[in-house]
Design a protein around this ligand. Structure first.
Ligand code: NAD
Length: 258
C-alpha cells in the first residue's frame, strides 16, 4: 500500500468541537474526504446540522451533529455517550472550539477573562479527558487540540491577554497529556495556526484594519486559509503519525519566525 493510501481514514470515528463553521468545519470536511465518519459538535446546533448534512451530501460517510457546550462537564459527558452509542468507539478527537475577546489587560473584566479560559483551555481539557477515557479503554486514539501561534508570541496591536494565556496553556496541556497517555497508546498533539481567514474574520468590517496591519508584517503578506490546516490534521488523525505525540505544529507562514 502506498503512503497516500496509508494516510486514509476509512472507517475511523471522529468528532470535532467547534465543527459547525470555520477551521472546525474545514478540517471535519477533510476527515470525511479521507473516509472518516464525523460528528460535528457545537453550541450552534442549527449550523452544526447544516455542516453535517453538507458533509453527508458530498461524501460516502456518516455525519451527524451534537449540541454541546465544551465548558459544561455534563454536556461533554452526554456528547461522549452519544458518540459511543452511535459510533461504538472514538478514534480521533479534534478539540477545536475556541473564542477570542480583545480588551486591554487593565480593563479586562473577570467575566471576559473567565469566558476565554473556560472555553479555550478548560473546554479542551474536559473534552480531551472524556475522549481519553474511552481511548484508554480501547487501547488507541489520537487527540488533536487547536492551540494558536498566540501560545508562542504576543499578537499586536490588539490586546488579548486571556487568549494568549489560554493558548499557551493548550500547548502545555497537550504535552502533559501526551506524556501521561503515551504508554496507553493515546497520542495527543496540537496545531498552532497563524492568522487564518475564515468566513467570519474576512467578512467582519471591524477586523479589516487589523487584517491589513497583520498582512503588512506577515512574511507571506497574507493570512492562511482554513484548507491549509487540513493535511496536518488528517496526518495526525491517521496511523502514519504513530510515533508523533506531544508535538505542536506551528502553521503560520513564518509569522512567529520574525
Ligand atoms: P469560529 O468562531 O469560526 O468557530 C468556532 C466555533 O466554535 C463556532 O462554531 C462556535 O459556535 C463554536 N463554539 C464556541 N464556543 C463553544 C463552546 N463553548 N462549546 C462548543 N462550541 C463552541 O472560529 P475559528 O476561527 O474557526 O477558530 C477555531 C479554533 O481555531 C479556535 O480554537 C481558535 O482560537 C483557533 N484559531 C483560530 C485562528 C484564526 O485566525 N481564525 C488562528 C489560530 C487559532
Amino acid at each position: 500500500m502506498g503512503i497516500i493510501e496509508k494516510m486514509r481514514l476509512d472507517g475511523k470515528k471522529i468528532f470535532v468541537t467547534g465543527g459547525a463553521r470555520g477551521i472546525g468545519k474545514t478540517v471535519a470536511t477533510a476527515f470525511a474526504e479521507a473516509g472518516a465518519d464525523v460528528a460535528i459538535v457545537d453550541l450552534d446546533f442549527d449550523e452544526a446540522k447544516k455542516t453535517a448534512a453538507e458533509i453527508e451530501e458530498n461524501q460516502e460517510v456518516t455525519a451527524f451533529a451534537i449540541k454541546a457546550d465544551v465548558t459544561v462537564p455534563e454536556d461533554v459527558d452526554a456528547m461522549i455517550e452519544t458518540l459511543v452509542d452511535r459510533f461504538g468507539r472514538i478514534d480521533v478527537a479534534f478539540c477545536n472550539a475556541g473564542i477570542c475577546i480583545n480588551a486591554p489587560a487593565e480593563e479586562m473584566s473577570f467575566e471576559q477573562w473567565k469566558k476565554v479560559i473556560d472555553i479555550n483551555l478548560t473546554g479542551v481539557f474536559l473534552t480531551a479527558q472524556a475522549a481519553g477515557k474511552i481511548m484508554i479503554k480501547q487501547g488507541s486514539g489520537s487527540i488533536i487540540n487547536t492551540a494558536s501561534m498566540s501560545g508562542h508570541i504576543v499578537n499586536v496591536p490588539q490586546p488579548q491577554v486571556s487568549y494568549n494565556a489560554s493558548k499557551a496553556g493548550v500547548i502545555q496541556l497537550t504535552k502533559s497529556l501526551a506524556v501521561e497517555w503515551a504508554p496507553k497508546n493515546v497520542r495527543v498533539n496540537c496545531i498552532s495556526p497563524g492568522y487564518i481567514g475564515t468566513e467570519l474574520t474576512l467578512n467582519s468590517p471591524n477586523l479589516q484594519p487589523l487584517i491589513e496591519q497583520w498582512n503588512q508584517v506577515a512574511p507571506m503578506k497574507r493570512m492562511g486559509r482554513p484548507e491549509e490546516l487540513q493535511s496536518i490534521c488528517v496526518y495526525l488523525a491517521g496511523d502514519t503519525s504513530s510515533f508523533t505525540t506531544g508535538a505542536d505544529f506551528v502553521i503560520d507562514g513564518a509569522f512567529t519566525s520574525i
